[in-house]
Design a binder for this molecule. Structure first.
Ligand code: 5RP
Length: 230
């Protein structure tokens, strides 16, 4: 029996195959990406990949990358990323995503928008006929606007909970709050994204629409690629 962690690792290893020497690599966040960071570090260590620099999508990933010895850079030096490898919470048939289960959705979306190519790595449990079927949508709000945006999300049909960690309201890397908005299966995720984009108090949300080029799915029957042309 293949465990979920083994599937995550298989997807991660397949994604790192796509990294070439000299690339600027976007480093996602989460348990699946952790396997990609480890693989990338191993290939750098044995000299198979040279002159790699990474841009991390969270303080957590930055710490891990430093511990693993992956050289890091920033957008000041490299405003364009060659290839980003990241995970997702839910993937629909159009390769749209819900992300942000790990709370890093804002920096992850900055990386995705700065990348020539975005590869998403998942085990098959993340595939979904419609976004929102399995997962609440994480919405990052400035603390000042918390009640206003919570009211707004409820008014458009979501059940809302405030993300907590160890009994306290969780803070993002930017010091903001996360509202987990459960919409149920979304008929039109692009329309929901537009409505959220229009709100002043919402800094970002976890709907990644049209940003993904390749989803690497690891399942019990092996690896599959779901692709969209760049
Ligand atoms: C973090 C994310 C993660 O990529 C997503 O939650 C998937 O995580 P995991 O690989 O641990 O299942 O969006 O903000």
């Amino acid at each position: 029996m293949t465990t979920q962690d083994e599937l995550k690792q298989q997807a991660a290893v397949a994604a790192v195959e796509r990294v070439e020497s000299g690339m600027v690599v976007g480093l996602g966040t989460g348990s699946t990406t952790q396997f990609a960071l480890e693989r990338l570090a191993d290939l750098i260590k044995i000299g198979k990949l040279k002159r790699i620099v990474g841009i991390p999508s969270s303080l957590r990933t930055e710490k891990t990358a430093r511990e693993l010895g992956i050289p890091l850079t920033d957008f000041g030096a490299h405003p364009v990323i060659d290839l980003t490898i990241d995970g997702a919470d839910e993937v629909d048939p159009d390769l749209n995503l819900i992300k942000g289960g790990g709370g890093a959705l804002l920096r992850e979306k900055v990386l995705a928008q700065a990348s020539r190519c975005n590869i998403i790595i998942v085990d098959e449990s993340k595939l979904s006929p419609r976004l929102g079927t399995k997962w609440a949508l994480p919405v990052e709000v400035v603390p000042f606007a918390r009640a206003v945006e919570e009211h707004f999300l409820k008014s458009i049909g979501a059940a809302v909970t405030v993300r907590a960690k160890e009994g306290k309201t969780a803070a993002t890397d930017q010091g903001n709050i996360l509202l987990d908005a459960r919409f149920g299966p979304m008929q039109d995720p692009g329309r929901i994204a537009e409505r959220l984009n229009a709100r002043a108090g919402i800094v970002e949300h976890g709907l990644f629409i049209g940003l993904t080029h390749d989803v690497i799915v690891a399942g019990k029957d092996g690896i599959r690629h779901l692709t969209r042309s760049a």
